[in-house]
Design a protein around this ligand. Sequence first.
Ligand SMILES: [Zn+2]
Length: 426
Amino acid sequence: MTERLYYADSFLTSFDAVVTDIQEVSRANGLSLWRVELNRSAFYPTSGGQPHDTGRLLATARSGAELSAEIVGVEEDEQDGRVWHHTAKPLVAGTHVRGVVDAARRLDHIQQHSGQHLLSAAFLQICNAPTVSFHLGEASSTIDLAVHSLSDATLQRVEDLANQIIADDRPVTVTVASREQAEAWLAAGELRKLPPRAGNLRIVDIADFDRNACGGTHVRSTGQIGGLYLRGTEKIKQAVRVEFVCGLRAMRAARDDFHTLTDAARELSIGPKEVPEAILRLQADAKHAARQIRTLTGELVRYRAEELIRQTPLDKGLRCVRLQLTPPDAPDAGHAKLLASKLTAQSERTVALLSWTPDAAGTDAATIIFARSGDLAFDCGTVLRETLAANGGRGGGSKDMAQGSVSQERLQAAMDSLAGVCSEIS
Ligand SMILES: [Zn+2]
């Protein structure tokens, strides 16, 4: 079993130890990854929702050369209590090493993890919401609470309380208690959580605020958490996930949020506080503009239909308006459909045979709109479906208006067939 130095001092980032075992974890392209066990270690292994430490093991070879092995991962074996340090450099058993833990990463983890103790206790105190899990991520941390919803007012009260306890700079102490003692505290409501493991337990106390059994790394007093900032909530299965950041991360997150807000305000040439109102105004303007565009498009298409009808004379008693449309003239297939309906509504004995492609030289399938005026008798849906099926396409619709699609290579053949059907009908 490895002696875990972080139990006694969360801020210890340099220590001496001896390599007790080494095993090969994997080998790829001739390079091995090793796991090294030490008799004692300040490296925290991934556990309890908190990621492992990183750092180096330094050693002096018999030749006097200095050796530095980077620690890229740390894991614990829950069965036998051994802690394994992952490194690309093999360090044989018996080697004396100096371990150096990445202090900035450790402090960050201490702040997020201690902040989680505080936050879980604050949620329990303010709205009786128990924490079911904790995750410390690269950018932010989350806790999952066994509640259906959380109001903004509740979140604000929790955030205020957590930051008040931080400002109080209350001592955070670690003691060891027997299982019996811990169970008695739990029964009396004096312990927030009790893990299932047997034997003595490590108890973490935030003075007059929270008591919890935990094997992680913690601040010496709440002031070291630095500050706690709630970033948002998300509804997940049977729980609400709360995103938060502490300490230096909270400061960086607040700065990022502020830059996002000021960038948006600058784009709008207004003050940051005016942004929400300006967005509402822009949304209303956009809605109004969209309505106007719809009205004007309808007008434009009606005039265009009138002109096309004027330009297309009756041929053997039938007026067939055949057109190939593309943007920007017709921005979408809906535009072609609108034109077809105006053409056939405004004139008698008229057929609209329109195609639309997003790009004349592109490879996307073409849309075909086939419509007729009410005084003609044939079934557009059936004719289009059969014609397109014969050309590898598909489509259908009602008796007086149908729509389908066909590849651009077969577009002309399909249009010719449909025009042929029209001339037969006339
Ligand atoms: Zn803890």
